[in-house]
Design a protein around this ligand. Structure first.
Ligand code: XBP
Ligand code: MG
Length: 245
C-alpha cells in the first residue's frame, strides 16, 4: 500500500515568516547595547546566515574579525556571546510583539487546511522557544500550540542545521518516518538538514536565501500562496515514486 502523507514539518525563520530583518536589527541593537561597534548590514548578514543559530553566528563573526581571539572556546568568550544573544533575543521578542513580522503569504491558510484535513503539524527550527511563541502568538493567537503537536528548537536540538538532529527528533516525537512527512524550508542549510533526515522538502526562498543551491528539493516555490493539501499529497506521492524508481 502507498505510504500516506501524515505530517508537515515547518522551519520557522524565513519559512513561516520573513523574520531575518527583525533578527538582524535585534543583533545590531544588542551589539550597540554592550558597546560594540559591530554593524551587520544586509550584504554581510546574507553571508553570515550560512551559519545557523544566533550564538554560533556571533561567535563566527567575532572570530572572523579577530582571528587571534584568545580562549575562543573558553568560558569568557562563551559568556559574552551568551549575554549578547540574550539581549538580542529580548529585542527580537519585543519587535515581534510590536508587529515587526507577519506570516508569509499562504502559510496560515495551509496550516489551517492541513490541520482540518487531519495532517499532523510540527516545527523544526534552530531558533529559541521564546521567539517561536512570540511569532505564533502574534500571527495565530494564544491557541497556536493546538496546531503544532511537536516543536523542536534550540533548547532541545543543540546541533544546528545542516545537522539533521532537529528533524530526526521531530520524526521520533511524531512517531513517523521521513517518508510519511514533508518538510518546509527556505535555506540550503535547512534543505540539507531535512533531506538528511529522509524528508522530501518544499523550498520557499526569500531575499536572503534566493541565491542558494536548492538542488534535491521536491519543489521550489515563490511562496505557499495557492498551495493546497491536494497539491502536497500529489507532490508527496511523486517523491515516493521517485525513490522507488
Ligand atoms: C534560522 C537561524 C536563526 C535566526 C536567529 O535558521 O539561523 O538562528 O537567524 O535565531 P533556520 P536565534 O531557519 O534554518 O532554523 O538568534 O534565536 O538563534
Ligand atoms: Mg529558515
Amino acid at each position: 500500500m502507498q505510504t500516506m502523507l501524515k505530517a508537515l514539518i515547518f522551519d520557522v525563520d524565513g519559512t513561516l515568516a520573513d523574520t531575518e530583518n527583525a533578527h538582524r536589527a535585534a543583533f545590531n541593537a544588542a551589539f550597540a547595547e554592550v558597546g560594540r561597534d559591530w554593524v551587520w548590514d544586509e550584504a554581510l548578514y546574507t553571508r553570515l546566515l550560512e551559519v545557523s543559530g544566533g550564538k554560533e553566528r556571533i561567535l563566527h563573526y567575532w572570530r572572523s574579525i579577530q582571528p587571534d581571539l584568545k580562549d575562543i572556546g573558553g568560558a569568557g568568550v562563551r559568556d559574552t556571546v551568551a549575554r549578547i544573544h540574550e539581549i538580542k533575543t529580548a529585542a527580537y521578542e519585543r519587535a515581534v510583539q510590536e508587529g515587526a513580522v507577519q506570516l508569509r503569504p499562504g502559510v496560515l491558510r495551509l496550516i489551517e487546511s492541513a490541520w482540518a484535513a487531519g495532517l499532523r503539524l510540527a516545527i523544526a527550527t534552530t531558533t529559541s522557544p521564546v521567539n517561536i511563541a512570540a511569532l505564533l502568538r502574534a500571527a495565530i493567537g494564544p491557541d497556536w500550540p493546538h496546531f503544532f503537536q511537536v516543536v523542536e528548537d534550540a533548547s532541545t536540538a543543540p546541533e544546528k542545521k545542516p545537522n539533521p538532529q532537529v528533524y530526526l527528533q521531530s520524526l521520533r516525537r511524531l512517531g513517523l518516518t521521513g517518508s510519511e512527512c514533508l518538510a518546509f524550508e527556505d535555506s540550503a542549510n535547512g534543505l540539507r538538514a531535512a533531506t538528511s533526515a529522509g524528508l522530501a522538502t518544499l523550498i520557499t526562498p526569500n531575499a536572503y536565501t534566493a541565491h542558494q543551491d536548492f538542488r534535491g528539493a521536491l519543489r521550489v516555490l515563490p511562496d505557499l500562496q495557492g498551495t493546497t493539501v491536494a497539491h502536497l499529497r500529489s507532490w508527496h506521492s511523486d517523491a515516493l515514486q521517485r525513490r522507488v524508481a
